[in-house]
Design a protein around this ligand. Structure first.
Ligand code: ATR
Length: 514
């Protein structure tokens, strides 16, 4: 079990007290008094802050960092040692001293003396703010050799998500309490999984301004979005793999559904930098550690083809639609560890059309459809439409790509300048034109839109693109990209859990978000 812990980072006593009260109000368990932030630090201040924490029913870690390990005010070593000893005497639950400081004879003597006479426990910490630490086990052992009753704390900077797994291994095999953090955006999952993996502390900030380390997230996000309290050893893990990933709506959607449906599951944003090699390494890291309990992933740009190649290589199951589209957006890890690959964009697109037009799939047969774009989204849409027998023509800025796609799916293509020369029943935009932030752009001239047409834009941010606003004005039926996003997500949820998510509930989650 981890204590949800807020670092207190104010310069003055009054501001520090306010931060402690705010941490208590937000539902944190513990505060880390970063005494090296406080100007004019003295013993009286330390006592006031520990007393205030106790009154606020907060546990406390007291620390006064040396500057080489992130300390803000460079207080002399002897003074810092005295402050830590005094914090222990004043009732701090934990005092955190850098291993390098503790190894000095003076520190050992003073700190060991107070450990004997107080209830405070000692955390011995090692930080590397620049790079991953490769000999984690060695450092863990050396901390315990230096002081067998100490709680090791090891914090390092992750340069890739794959740097997190050595830390997870140490958490898995540890024989004492341990605090382990991989800092930076690439290390985020070590914070999000602190409770499941039993790191003693999960550091989270009050807000985005008061964070003390790169990659820290807020207490509210930790509790509300990432299900801090609900996590335990059995929690099954899911996530969206992509780069960039911070704006993905999938964690909000799946975690809200997991909570509402009372499922012991957690969905993570998984920033995976790199290409096929890093993707394969990540999947190997996940699948060789059954105890982590990863069960499935959504896959997004730029890894949809990497996912397909990975599953082909390992001889996993690839469903027909993913094979046809040549891209995977859903991976499910079976309990037998077999990896299954799907593409739910196909179903998502076709369902958006039939729901929006209030018809069934059969009625799409022979409809004339103009598809704009020849990229990844277009592949899924064209595959779905040609399967149901629609008469598809692909138009793309780069004509050769339209030609290749059309040949593959046995449909028509034409130069983008010819769009509108033959009227279509349905126009589908599969380009990124009109997407936030360039919301004033429109992929085609408004002259080609007619009142009896259906216009479907796969762009979902903004919900109403300029193309859709124009089509609506002209009296066409309009279908927004959020419908497709929702459909593919519901289908993914079914692959992940075997359960159906209520469409209205899913819509409400997005409406509240927007
Ligand atoms: P996705 O996976 O989202 O489909 P993609 O594979 O990069 O992304 O494809 C983007 C599509 O949008 C392509 O068809 C691209 O046209 P090109 O093949 O000519 O690059 C199209 N696109 C992007 N920006 C465009 C623009 N400004 N005007 C016209 N088409 C554009």
């Amino acid at each position: 079990m981890a204590y949800l812990t807020v670092p207190i980072t104010a310069k003055t006593v009054e501001q520090s007290k306010q931060q402690i009260s705010s941490a208590a109000n937000l539902g944190a368990d513990m505060v880390e008094l970063r005494l090296d932030y406080i100007e004019g630090l003295n013993q009286e201040i330390v006592k006031i802050l520990i007393d205030h924490s106790k009154e606020s029913k907060m546990k406390t870690i007291a620390t006064c960092r040396r500057s080489q390990e992130g300390g803000v005010i460079d207080y002399p070593r002897q003074f810092r040692i005295q402050i830590l000893a005094f914090a222990a005497q004043s009732g701090a639950d934990y005092i955190d001293c850098e291993l390098a400081t503790y190894k000095t004879a003076a520190a050992k003597k003073s700190i060991n003396a107070v450990l004997k006479n107080t209830k405070a426990k000692l955390i011995l910490s090692v930080h590397d703010f620049k790079k991953p630490i490769t000999n984690l086990q060695e450092i863990y052992d050396s901390i315990l050799l230096t002081c067998p009753v100490a709680i090791p704390k090891i914090a390092y900077f992750a340069k890739n998500i794959n740097d997190c797994f050595a830390g997870f291994d140490l958490l898995h095999t540890k024989e004492t309490d341990l605090i382990l953090i991989a800092m930076g955006q690439d290390g985020l999952i070590t914070r999000l999984l602190a409770n499941k993996l039993d790191s003693l502390v999960c550091f989270a900030s009050l807000d985005n301004q008061t964070s003390t380390a790169p990659g820290q997230i807020t207490v509210s996000q930790m509790r509300d979005l990432f299900r801090f309290e609900a996590q335990n050893e059995q929690t099954e893990l899911f996530g969206v793999i992509g780069n960039p990933i911070e704006h993905s709506l999938s964690p909000l959607l799946h975690n809200t559904l997991f909570r509402q449906m009372n499922m012991n599951k957690l969905y993570l944003p998984i920033l995976l930098k790199g290409d096929q090699l890093e993707f394969d390494t990540f999947m190997e890291n996940v699948t060789t550690r059954q105890w982590l309990n990863f069960r499935g992933f959504s896959v997004t740009i730029p890894h949809k083809v990497n996912a397909l190649d990975y599953v082909s290589k390992i001889g996993g199951f690839i469903d027909d639609q993913a094979a046809k589209i040549d891209a995977v957006n859903t991976l499910v890890i079976g309990y037998n560890e077999r990896v299954n690959a799907y593409n739910t964009d196909y179903e998502g697109a076709i369902d958006a059309l039939v729901l929006g037009m209030n018809i069934n799939r059969k009625q799409l047969e022979h409809k004339k459809v103009a598809v704009l774009g020849a990229g990844g989204v277009s592949r899924a849409v064209v595959a779905g439409l040609t399967d149901v027998g629609a008469r598809v023509t692909i138009y793309n800025r780069t004509a050769i790509k339209a030609k290749r796609l059309a040949n593959e799916f046995k449909c028509q293509y034409a130069d983008i300048s010819e769009i509108g020369s033959e009227s279509a029943d349905i126009l589908v935009n599969c380009t990124s034109v009109g997407m936030y932030p360039k919301i004033d752009q429109i992929p085609v001239s408004q002259d080609i839109i007619y009142p009896d047409m259906t216009v479907f834009d796969t762009v979902y941010n903004p919900k109403e693109t300029k193309l859709l606003a124009t089509a609506k004005e002209k009296g066409a039926i309009v279908i927004n990209g959020l419908e497709m996003f929702i459909n593919q997500a519901i289908e993914q949820f079914r692959h992940f859990t075997g359960k159906n998510a209520d469409r209205n509930v899913v819509k409400k989650i997005f409406e509240e978000k927007f």
